[in-house]
Design a protein around this ligand. Structure first.
Ligand code: SAH
Ligand code: SF4
Length: 410
């Protein structure tokens, strides 16, 4: 089926503009950079072209295999070059402003990123580590806040929005490895962390933190290609999942240019309800979204799309909804992930009763899908998806908006 995307843009879809920009600090960090960017950085400090490839290999190894935090630790690099690098760059990760550890071992880091203008409050994002037997999943953010306004999502209420750079996205994984002692030769900080089979603690990445990854496509792509590179951090594409609320034009690109697993936040089986829950549906309605899913590059029964469905009491949780869901997804290699709604202060929704969730999941299960209900993790530290909203954002956003508005009228 071919659908004219331009003609389909519906009225009533309101999107916040990302007002904030990333501005490089005086000495930018090389952490998170691609091979081409590292080569360019070496060029900047006068390394001749003939030597760059070899030097890039060295930097790559120290940054992404060994996880060093200083140029001094790069012992195979000459002293002179280390000094020249140190003079112009750092290998800094995003600054950890706070760390919380849940009783169930889940860890949440509040990361402070540079603001646009000196003296302004910094930007903040969150990153969450969820240990399970045999694997450890890191939930990574793609934006500060989100331009979309899904009505059940706390991040969506945040007004301040800035795209993260590729370096800041890779930086979250490097911070997690630092804090977990997850680089070669290091030890985890305490026994609460469950070691995994391969010895690594961070085995899986989900782009399910703050932000809509497909609205920051290039940075997410560049970051995930660094993370998946098998000579470096080496988390395989099959263990990386990008979650989208349904940015149709970038779904095919995700498969073609990144080749990772896809998760789609469906949450409703009818357009009228999805228009309300996920307002982006007014631009890219269900039929158009599922069409993009059917054509997802690399889709097979062994590489299925995960459809996320948040359980909202009395809203989308009836047996009729469950039956409609399995009919809707028929023919698409799919997994269905039922997510208990995580309430936040001021929300108008409630989580479905446990009994309702069980009945709903039975219908899904009987249709041939394994229907795991995502166990809420880290509730004591508000670490679940949709809870991610930085504490200091409200005031600073108001201040920034006022500043921007003034700048525009002057
Ligand atoms: N913007 C992307 C990825 C980040 S949100 C997306 O929407 O897919 C990650 C997941 O958490 C999405 O499925 C989202 O719908 C879900 N979510 C958001 N708020 C939630 C809440 N309060 N309780 C449970 N899940 C929530
Ligand atoms: Fe943004 Fe995803 Fe939250 Fe919707 S659910 S507001 S797309 S982060």
């Amino acid at each position: 089926m071919s659908i004219n995307l331009e003609a389909a843009v519906a009225p009533g879809f309101v999107e916040k503009a990302p007002l904030e920009r990333y501005v490089d600090p005086d000495r930018p960090s090389l952490a998170g950079r691609s091979r081409a960017e590292l080569a360019a950085a070496l060029g900047e400090i006068g390394v001749p072209p003939a030597q760059r490839k070899m030097r890039v290999q060295q930097l790559w190894h120290w940054l992404y295999v060994r996880g060093v935090t200083t140029f001094d630790a790069m012992t195979s690099v000459s002293k002179e070059l280390r000094a020249a690098l140190e003079n112009r760059f750092t290998v800094a990760r995003p600054e950890v402003a706070a760390e919380q550890v849940s009783v169930d071992g889940t860890r949440k880091w509040l990361l402070r990123l540079p603001g646009e203008n000196p003296g302004e409050r910094p930007h903040e994002v969150e990153c969450v580590y969820i240990p399970e037997t045999g694997r450890g999943t890191l939930c990574v953010s793609s934006q500060v806040g989100c331009t979309l306004n899904c009505t059940f999502c706390h991040t969506g209420t945040q007004r301040l929005v800035r795209n993260l750079t590729a370096g800041e996205i890779v930086g979250q994984i490097m911070v997690a490895r630092d804090r977990l002692g997850d680089w070669p030769g290091q030890r985890p900080p305490d026994a609460a962390v469950v070691p995994t089979d391969g010895g690594r603690l961070v085995t899986n990445i989900v782009m399910m933190g703050m932000g809509e990854p497909l609205y920051n496509f290039e940075a997410v792509r560049d970051a995930l290609l660094v993370v998946a590179d098998n000579e470096g951090i080496a988390i395989s594409r099959r263990k990386i999942t990008v979650s989208t609320s349904g940015v149709v034009p970038n779904i095919k690109r995700t498969g073609d240019e990144i080749g990772v697993m896809l998760a789609v936040s469906l949450h409703a089986v009818r357009d009228d309800l999805r228009d309300e829950l996920v307002p982006l549906n007014r631009k890219y309605p269900i039929e158009m979204l599922l069409d993009a899913c059917r054509n997802y590059p690399g889709l097979t029964n062994a590489k299925r799309i995960t459809f996320e469905y948040v359980m909202l009491k009395g809203i989308n949780d009836s047996l009729a909804d469950a039956k409609a869901l399995v009919r809707l997804l028929a023919g698409i290699p799919a997994k269905i992930n039922l997510i208990p709604f995580n309430p936040w202060p001021g929300t108008r929704y409630e989580c479905s009763d446990w009994e309702t969730i069980e009945k709903f999941s039975e219908v899904v299960f009987n249709a041939g899908y394994s229907a795991p209900v995502r166990t809420p993790r880290g509730r004591d530290i508000l670490a679940a998806c949709g809870q991610l909203k930085s504490a200091t954002e409200k005031l600073s956003a108001r201040e920034r908006m006022a500043l921007r508005a003034m700048a525009m009228t002057e």
